[in-house]
Design a protein around this ligand. Structure first.
Ligand code: HEC
Length: 138
């Protein structure tokens, strides 16, 4: 009989390690994911709301009149953007409503942030009419 024939016994030696119950691995990452998703939704909501000030909201809620919007454009904007919005001092505006969302278009008109384009102060209906015109520029 060699020493390798001796089976381990519990007498004296340390007990064989017992398998530990596994912590619920999937739960914590899942909770983190849910928290992250919630934070992201909240962030998007806040960003959205900040671009939706009362003026923007009321302009967007109104139905714009394309004919009036066209006249307004010819009087106020065509000097820079060209009579067919083809671009002059200001850029070509065809397809601009695909490039920029409505709140950004409204900001462009009312903010005066990009000189030489002036800061316009159209009432919400006039803004809605101008938007209708900008939307018509494919
Ligand atoms: C004095 C000249 C001028 C007038 C008047 C003017 N614009 Fe502009 N506009 C510009 C210039 C210059 C830019 C480019 C600004 C920049 O991005 O630096 C611009 C940019 C824009 C843009 C963004 C274009 C893009 O591709 O992002 C829109 C939309 C726009 N104008 C609409 C209007 C409307 C509507 C009016 C009339 C209510 C108007 N503009 C009147 C000069 C003018």
């Amino acid at each position: 009989m060699t020493s390798s024939d001796v089976l381990p016994s519990s007498a004296g030696g340390a007990p064989p390690p017992q398998p530990q119950p596994q912590p619920q691995r999937g739960l914590i990452p899942a909770l983190l994911l849910v928290a992250l998703a919630a934070a992201l939704c909240l962030g998007l909501l806040l960003v959205n709301q900040s671009s939706q000030d009362p003026y923007t909201r009321s302009s967007l809620a109104l139905h714009g009149d394309l004919e009036r919007g066209t006249k307004l454009f010819l009087i106020n904007c065509a000097g820079c953007h060209g009579i067919a919005a083809q671009g002059l001092v200001g850029p070509n505006l065809h397809g601009v409503s695909q490039r920029k969302r409505d709140p950004a278009l409204i900001q462009q008109v009312v903010s005066g942030r990009t000189p030489p384009m002036p800061k316009f102060q159209p009432d919400p209906q006039t803004m809605a009419d101008l938007l209708a015109y900008l939307h018509s520029l494919q």
